[in-house]
Every structure is written in structure tokens, then in C-alpha cells.
Design a protein around this ligand. Sequence first.
Ligand code: HEC
Length: 183
Amino acid sequence: MFNVIASGIPETEMPGHWFTDRELIQLVVFVRTLGRVAPQKAPGDPANGQKLYAGKGGCVQCHTVGGRGGAIGPDLTDIGARRSLAYLRESLVNPEAAAPDGFLEVQLVTRNGQRITGVRLNEDTFSIQIRDLSGGFRSFLKTELKELNRMPGKSPMPNYAGVFTSNELDDVVAYLDSLRGAQ
Ligand code: HEC
């Protein structure tokens, strides 16, 4: 590790020669302590969480894991590697607070009175593309719409506070935490 920090990694953007030897030793000691922080262990049962995910929670309808499921919400294949336990729990009991960047719920009313709720995929001056809540891709010219309401801070994801017991929430969080991407 000392050598990597001292000389950089050839042909990468990791440069060398930034530190004195003394600083280097301090740095190596510090980096070693980082690796020692025990990862937080999720208290729940991931196997039961997986059942709740597929069954009672109906999460599959909106989320993909390993390429299977719906596409209304973000892909969760590596969610455990990207998010803390606290965030994962929050996303279930307070989905509107934990919405990731880039997700915007929109509510549209077409000229012939059809109301559609979805997630915005793309929008320009003349048109908007959304994924509706059945997972379908829809594209509209703005001239076809009577109303276009952007709902920042709203989420089509249901709040699971009243659906799961506290133990079930622990289990679902443990399952999500176990999703660390393709191995
Ligand atoms: C009706 C569709 C729908 C259902 C059902 C649903 N979600 Fe979501 N979920 C979303 C959408 C849309 C987002 C992004 C906006 C947000 O965070 O509220 C999201 C966000 C999330 C996030 C945050 C992802 C990130 O990258 O930050 C997690 C975690 C999550 N959902 C887990 C679940 C789990 C677990 C279930 C089942 C218990 C579930 N969702 C059910 C639509 C849904």
C-alpha cells in the first residue's frame, strides 16, 4: 500500500509523489483503520425479507433485482452496496423523503380527460415521456395535454409503515442490504 500511494498506479489517474515519507506512513495507518470498521449488521432475516418482497410487499411490480421485475422504481440489484440500513428503512416507511435524484412523479390529464400518473423519464419543450404505474412507456406531445403537473417530493411508492410489522421491516431491510450486485 505504501508503494501504491508513494508512486501512484502506472497508467491510471492515481498520481504519485504527493506526500513526504512521514505523511505516507500516517496515511497508510489511517487507511488501515478504515478497513477495520465493522460493517453494520442488519438485524432482520433476509430470507424472510425476500419472501415479503416478492409476496406481501408487491415490490417486484415496480423494482428489478437481477433483471427481473418492473421498471417504475429504481433497479435494486446493488442497493445494499449503495445505501445505509437507515436509508433503506426510511425508503419503506417514508418513501417521499428518500426519493433518489432524477425521480419525478408527474400527473397528466389528456385533452380527452384521461388521467395518468407516472414517473418522468424525459421531457423537452414539446413532449414528455413517462412510465405509467402499470410499467408502460408513454409519450405525449404537450399539445395533447390539458394538464401536466410535476409533483416534486411525491412518490408513487406506497408507504409500508402500516403494511409491515416492525420485524417484517427489519427482514425486508436485511434482504435489501444483502443485494450487493452481480457477484
Ligand atoms: C408502485 C410502485 C412501487 C412499489 C410497489 C414499490 N416501490 Fe420502491 N420505489 C418506487 C419508486 C418510483 C421509487 C423512487 C422514488 C422514491 O424513492 O420514492 C422507489 C424507491 C425505492 C427505494 C430507494 C431506491 C434508491 O435508489 O434510493 C427502495 C430501497 C425501494 N423503493 C424499495 C422498495 C421495496 C422493498 C418495496 C416493497 C416492500 C417497494 N420499494 C415497493 C416505486 C415502488
